[in-house]
Design a protein around this ligand. Structure first.
Ligand SMILES: [Zn+2]
Length: 278
């Protein structure tokens, strides 16, 4: 699933391609991806200029000239691509085709069909959407003290808390595992056993890994590409994610894989010890 860095890359890329462009129409080829009616979507986009494309959590948001917004959640395999509009190129996984001038089109494609698109008439309506209203803060907008404060008084283990979008927005399995490794924290460590300095290390590791991933164009595995079809390269820099059994880059021990609340987690048993284990 694309996480904060990948969605940030897609949003920046779409902003460059679409800011100032006018949407002519949208063709709905599979309405199952809509969390609004076909009519609402068409009425919202027809003839409207795109002012800006931005990201919030893992959502891509197209801001239109009249204040309406089109939100996309890419989930597992959703993709947004700007291409030449050639019908012959559209496969069965292309669910939405937004036509632009000059035979260009924005395509929403999703093989596994978990992704969705939804229209909001205004920023106020977007903010009133319970999912949006419940999102935690953006990690890259926090300072260390604010980050530490998010975990104060929390119960449970650190890995599921990092993945909880109501605690912190945009983090998924990749950047949770990478930041826990960078900070030397075992994924099953209870939140109240980490302490102030541990959280500052986690903050530093998380910010570093997110910034590096954005710089590298995101991580490409399965089929993530940006809106121009360019792959990212951060997958070449993974320290632990998908590296179970391989040596830790710090100490050489074999990395181990465990399942924490249903999510695969890879960590180094030497560098990342649980203070409350056993
Ligand atoms: Zn190690």
């Amino acid at each position: 699933m694309p996480e904060l860095p990948e969605v940030e890359i897609i949003s920046r890329c779409l902003d460059r391609a679409l800011a100032g462009a006018r949407l002519q129409d949208v063709r709905v080829r599979h309405s199952g991806c809509l969390r609004c009616s076909d009519y609402e979507l068409r009425a919202a986009v027809q003839g409207k200029r795109v002012d800006r494309v931005r990201r919030r959590a893992k959502l891509v948001l197209l801001e239109l000239e009249d204040g309406a917004l089109i939100a996309f959640h890419l989930k597992m395999t959703g993709r947004l691509l700007v291409t030449r509009q050639e019908d012959s190129e559209l496969d069965k996984h292309t669910h939405l085709v937004f036509s632009l001038l000059d035979h260009q089109a924005l395509l929403f494609r999703d093989v596994r069909k978990f992704g969705y698109c939804r229209v909001f008439a205004s920023e106020a309506e977007l903010r009133a959407w319970p999912f949006y209203a419940g999102l935690g803060p953006e990690p890259l907008e926090l300072d260390a003290a604010e980050f530490v404060g998010l975990f104060q008084g929390r119960r449970g283990r650190i890995k599921p808390l990092l993945l909880d979008q109501t605690v912190l927005a945009g983090i998924g399995n990749i950047y949770a595992d990478e930041s826990l490794h960078l900070s030397g924290i075992h994924p099953e460590t209870p939140a109240d056993a980490i302490g102030y300095e541990g959280y500052v290390r986690l903050y530093t590791g998380l910010i570093r890994v997110l910034q590096q991933a954005i710089k590298a164009g995101g991580s490409t595995f399965s089929d993530f590409v940006d809106a121009n079809g360019t792959a990212g390269s951060f997958q070449n820099d993974f320290l632990v994610y998908q590296r179970a059994g391989q040596p830790c880059t710090s100490c050489g021990s074999a990395l181990e894989r465990i399942v924490v609340t249903g999510r695969s987690s890879v960590y180094c048993p030497v560098c990342q010890q649980n203070p409350r284990a056993g």
